[in-house]
Design a protein around this ligand. Structure first.
Ligand SMILES: Cc1cc2nc3c(=O)[nH]c(=O)nc-3n(C[C@H](O)[C@H](O)[C@H](O)COP(=O)(O)OP(=O)(O)OC[C@H]3O[C@@H](n4cnc5c(N)ncnc54)[C@H](O)[C@@H]3O)c2cc1C
Length: 362
């Protein structure tokens, strides 16, 4: 089967790239897996994301999600470099406070939107990628054999499956792992802020989600975090000790076992070449502290999709289009690094602890 564009990975970045290319009239195949009903991390959607969704033809979250699948975030509360909670009201943000979403539902709704604009979704995992005859790229995927495309987009998240298979190395910029727990929240829980709290060995994050859920995440060095996965009682006890939420959590209210995920920052050493480019986490993954992952996934998916359109429609301008895309991603990386350093340096209370020294070191 011959496509103009094959996008691997059906997360927000892949869906954005596929939607943009399909809207421009190209024949697009989106290869990927859906998360079904499984809860997913990455639930804080910044207000600025609404502008990017409009570029995809989605006027508001309510156009794709039911009212019980997203909630506005009214403020950010942080205990970072300070022993008291500091509140930043959403009203002070010109883009608004953003939303807490059911992430698996958001991803599924974006995918439905892509299919509605003509993207051919193939529920399969990319196995291999290679240069075919002429300028075509050949892709194989589990259960469906070989596909041929004029351009391939790597949107496979931190796995960076396409670039890795093409021999591109990924640079880890920071070391961090996260332990994630989802709980049914108490009836008295009316806190719709996003909370972040620095502690000796890392930092905690929590947000109340739609449908009576609350996500609690601890970010630390991998040895400490993997211990928590094996000792869920300790996870709950510790979250209660640091008073992350104004009531006691109980393991009886956990809706899933504690899960460990990579939360390091990383960047691909090459993000675009003549027949492929990377978008979203596959190109650049952030420290979750920045809450920029979804915004960048949508932004780079759209910019990446537009770059592909330019490469296919005007082959003479391929090099300038790819170079412009590389520069854009590099700028995001550099400005994020600057802010990240400032944040980690501003927490002086645990200056000598291994976690904070590690974060300041990279
Ligand atoms: C602990 C933690 C908390 C976070 N919290 C937030 C937050 O609150 N707000 C925020 O904005 N960001 C957050 N992020 C980051 C955010 O989740 C990511 O940046 C975002 O999901 C990136 O989107 P993506 O489409 O690039 O990748 P993904 O969402 O990872 O999607 C990639 C897709 O590719 C698929 N895939 C992988 N390999 C293959 C293959 N070989 N073939 C086909 N498909 C494949 C995967 O199954 C997946 O569906 C958080 C990250 C972490 C680690």
């Amino acid at each position: 089967m011959l496509y103009d564009v094959i996008v691997a990975g059906a997360g927000p970045a892949g869906v954005a790239a596929a939607t943009v290319a399909s809207q421009a009239g190209f024949r697009v195949c989106l290869l990927g897996e859906t998360s079904g009903q499984q809860l997913k991390v990455g639930e804080s959607l910044p207000g600025a994301a609404l502008r990017l969704l409009r570029r995809l033809g989605i006027l508001h979250l309510s156009s794709i999600l039911r009212s019980d699948e997203f909630k506005p975030c009214v403020a950010n509360a942080s205990m970072w470099g300070s022993d008291v909670w500091i509140y930043r009201d959403a009203i002070a943000n010109p883009e608004g406070g953003g939303f807490h979403i059911l992430r698996h539902r958001f991803d599924a709704a974006l995918l439905d939107h892509a299919i509605s604009v003509g993207v051919d979704f193939v529920p399969a995992k990319l196995n291999s990628v290679s240069q075919g005859g002429g300028s075509h790229v050949l892709v194989t995927a589990a259960g469906i054999g070989m596909l041929s495309g004029r351009f391939v987009v790597d949107a496979t998240g931190r796995a960076a499956a396409v670039s890795t298979k093409l021999g591109v190395r990924r640079k880890r910029v920071s070391e961090q792992t996260a332990a994630v727990g989802w709980f049914r929240h108490s009836d008295q829980d009316a806190d719709s802020t996003t909370r972040v709290k620095g502690v000796q060995d890392g930092w905690w994050y929590t947000a109340r989600l739609p449908q009576g859920l609350r996500v609690i995440i601890f970010h630390g060095l991998s040895t400490e975090v993997s211990r928590l996965k094996k000792l869920p009682d300790r996870f709950v006890e510790w979250a209660n000790d640091v008073h992350l939420v104004p009531y006691n959590l109980s393991l009886d209210h956990a809706v899933r076992p504690i899960k460990c995920v990579d939360a390091s920052m990383g960047i691909c050493e090459c993000i675009a070449e003549a027949t492929w480019l990377a978008v979203g986490d596959a190109a650049l993954s952030f420290d979750p502290l920045s809450s920029q992952g979804l915004l960048f996934a949508l932004y780079s998916g759209i910019r990446g999709g537009e770059t592909v359109i330019q490469c296919l429609a005007h082959p003479a301008s391929i090099q300038s289009a790819l170079s412009e895309y590389r520069v854009k991603v590099r700028r995001v990386f550099e400005s994020n690094q600057l802010t990240r350093r400032l944040f980690y340096e501003s927490e002086r209370r645990f200056f000598e602890s291994a976690y904070w020294r590690t974060q300041r070191g990279n």
